[in-house]
Design a protein around this ligand. Structure first.
Ligand code: DP6
Length: 360
């Protein structure tokens, strides 16, 4: 499939102004996306759980303008924010071909996150998916009546051009991104909802508690991180491994084998970090507390029948994944054993969610 289907015919309606508000969640990858080619094409497929609590709410207001360039103001948590603007302008440049109305309006973007500011939680997935949905609502207001399926597919396509992992935030449950022979309708161009019928009940209500180990600025930006995979000595093998892991994960998701799930998910997280440790330049993104938490999880699994496991993004925070039936035990384990390794004792309880919501 190519991108032509996302280029609209002239819009039938005219509209002077309006606004739309969407809330869109973050997601946590089980098989990781790490490495891309231009523009935002992943080097390997990935699969994630969509979260519920961690979300960005974005209000996009627009009014007709006579200028011939992009005009956009960004307000973050109620304050005018100049640092996000270049990223939004780059995004507008990338998607203008697919949303030819972008220079016709003056835009105001007001955005807030449900999670604490600078918590080290990636907000690009929730932020870019929320913005893509707002822009799709504008397109719809201009008279494009897309089917429900096409509306979300194009939103995912646009979100990908803002941030790769954002294209997995458009649907609830499990979402994949990247072409894979066993994944039905999979594409490098947009995220695709994972077939519900192929998922064992245990994985439909998984929890994710995010332990905030390091709330500082990202040590390595994702763009720099992905670039480290170019010319990386182990990259080719890693991309093959990710493809294999997708196939393995598919049978695990079907059978409900939580022990196999633990092995695969933890290995994916450590492989992501191993790739960063062996790139040029090299980075260690875990902190001493990240390792303390990992060791305590391993010890806990030895001593109990727990199915608690961890995954990591490109940072020091730890995502704890566990089945719903174990949530009470895990919560008390966090309180008594893990909380002490979090910055200011902070963590966020989240779980698999249903996907974005149109608020107005
Ligand atoms: C480690 O989606 O943030 O979280 O496409 O450059 O915006 P860009 O990168 P981004 O990369 C996320 C990488 C990851 C793994 C994952 O979510 O799959």
């Amino acid at each position: 499939m190519n991108d032509q289907i996302f280029i609209p015919k002239p819009y039938p309606s005219k509209i002077d102004s309006g606004s739309f508000t969407w809330s869109s969640p973050s997601n946590i990858a089980l098989v990781k996306y790490w490495g891309k080619t231009n523009v935002q094409i992943p080097k390997n497929p990935s699969i994630s759980f969509t979260l519920n609590q961690c979300a960005t709410t974005t209000k996009l207001s627009f009014s007709k303008q006579s200028l011939t360039d992009f005009s956009v103001e960004v307000f973050f948590e109620g304050e005018l924010n100049q640092t996000f603007k270049p990223k939004i302008i780059t995004f507008f440049q990338r998607v203008e071909k697919y949303l030819p109305f972008l220079k016709d309006y003056r835009f105001k973007i007001e955005t807030t996150n449900s999670f604490p500011h600078s918590s080290g939680i990636a907000s690009s997935a929730s932020g870019m998916s929320a913005l893509a949905l707002c822009l799709m609502s504008v397109e719809q207001a201009l008279g494009k009546h897309h089917s429900h399926a096409f509306f979300y597919k194009k939103a995912a396509f646009l979100a990908r051009l803002g941030s790769g992992s954002a294209c997995r935030s458009l649907y609830g449950g499990l979402v994949s991104w990247g072409a894979h022979p066993h994944l039905k309708n999979s594409s490098d161009l947009f995220g695709t909802p994972y077939q519900e019928t192929e998922v064992h009940d245990v994985f439909k209500s998984y929890h994710d508690t995010i332990l905030l180990v390091d709330k500082g600025e990202k040590q390595v930006s994702s763009t720099l991180g992905h670039n480290l995979m170019n010319g990386h000595p182990y990259a080719q093998y890693r991309f093959e491994q990710a493809n294999d892991n997708i196939s393995k994960l598919m049978s695990i998701l079907k059978s409900g084998d939580t022990k196999a799930f633990i092995n695969l998910v933890e290995s994916e997280a450590l492989t992501l970090h191993a790739m960063m440790m062996t790139s040029d330049p090299y980075f260690i993104l875990m902190k001493p507390n990240t390792l303390k938490i990992i060791n305590k999880i391993w010890q806990h699994r030895k001593e109990t029948k727990s199915n608690l496991c961890f995954t990591l993004d490109a940072g020091a925070n730890v995502h704890l994944l566990y089945p719903d039936v174990e949530h009470r035990d895990v919560h008390s384990f966090i309180e008594t054993q893990l909380k002490q390794h979090c910055q200011n004792g902070q963590f966020i309880h989240d779980r698999v969610g249903k996907g974005p919501i149109l608020l107005s």
